[in-house]
Design a protein around this ligand. Sequence first.
Ligand code: GH3
Ligand code: MG
Ligand code: MG
Ligand code: MG
Ligand code: MG
Length: 312
Amino acid sequence: CVLKNTPGNIDYLVWLAQRLDRNRRIGALVVDDSPSARKLAASLLRMYGFRVVEAGTGEEALRAIAADTSVRLLISDYELPGIDGLELIRRLRATHARDRLSIIGISGSGSPSLLAQFLKHGANDFLHKPYSREEFFCRVSQNVDNLDLIGTLQDLATRDFLTGLPNRRHFFDRGMQMFEAERCGLAAGMIDIDHFKHINDSYGHDAGDVAIKAVADRVARHARVQDLPSRFGGEEFAVLVPGLSGDAARAHFERLRADVEAMAIPLGDGRSIRLTISIGVCTTGGDLSAMLAEADRRLYLAKAGGRNRVEP
Ligand code: GH3
Ligand code: MG
Ligand code: MG
Ligand code: MG
Ligand code: MG
């Protein structure tokens, strides 16, 4: 909307192409009991690339959104048979927070308080019927851009920049939840690369980074969907694995250790780095911090015991 839609404006065309491409991955749900109003909004959304789902009632909309997880934009009329648009939004917000779903209220009613009502019930924005195509497109694209922005910020806040693994902050946030949920059977592994200072000294800091990324990649590949791997510090990784007994957890980390020992990390100039890791594993503790402290103590034992080993 900031860019001028003039023929030959390449920046605008690039911007539009990027939006259309992005929108194709997004489901938009239009709820309106008036077929003509619904078709109009749906056809505009399709023109902008969205995959569109239509509903004639609030109840239908709730079913549609439960069945289609790609829906990230909802455009809802106010007056509907059954539950109205405000009640629909109020119910949806219990399960679909603002980082997952953008909601635009829409109504032809002249009531000046309706806009505030929509916002209070959880809508992000509001459109008066009749609306111009331009206003429709601007509101829709700004709201969907905001979803993207939230996603980018969430990613920046939770992911480690070098390795792409969850960062230390995210590890504690998710780890606390996992600890609460999995009181019986949660293993913590603390992993540290052996003699890493020597790798930096011999090959340089950039090669050290390549080595950290390679180990991170192995840590990620060994993690099952329910596990929580992380880059905990410089060349240290913490991993939470739920549902494994002490022996199974030790075997799990032993496979990782052996895999890292076996790999040759190419530096791209014909040279390659070989390295090993030490791992401390803990399967009991009163809270997450206590488990990590114990895993760290066992990591120290693994180092003292000769490195390249798992200390259960
Ligand atoms: P140990 O076997 O006892 O663990 O020996 P170590 O040399 O690996 O000792 P330590 O774990 O204390 O060393 C960590 C080193 O990792 C120190 C630091 O310079 C280096 N390091 C930390 N973060 C990074 C990073 O992001 N990139 C690179 N290249 N090096 C890092
Ligand atoms: Mg209506
Ligand atoms: Mg270290
Ligand atoms: Mg150390
Ligand atoms: Mg180390």
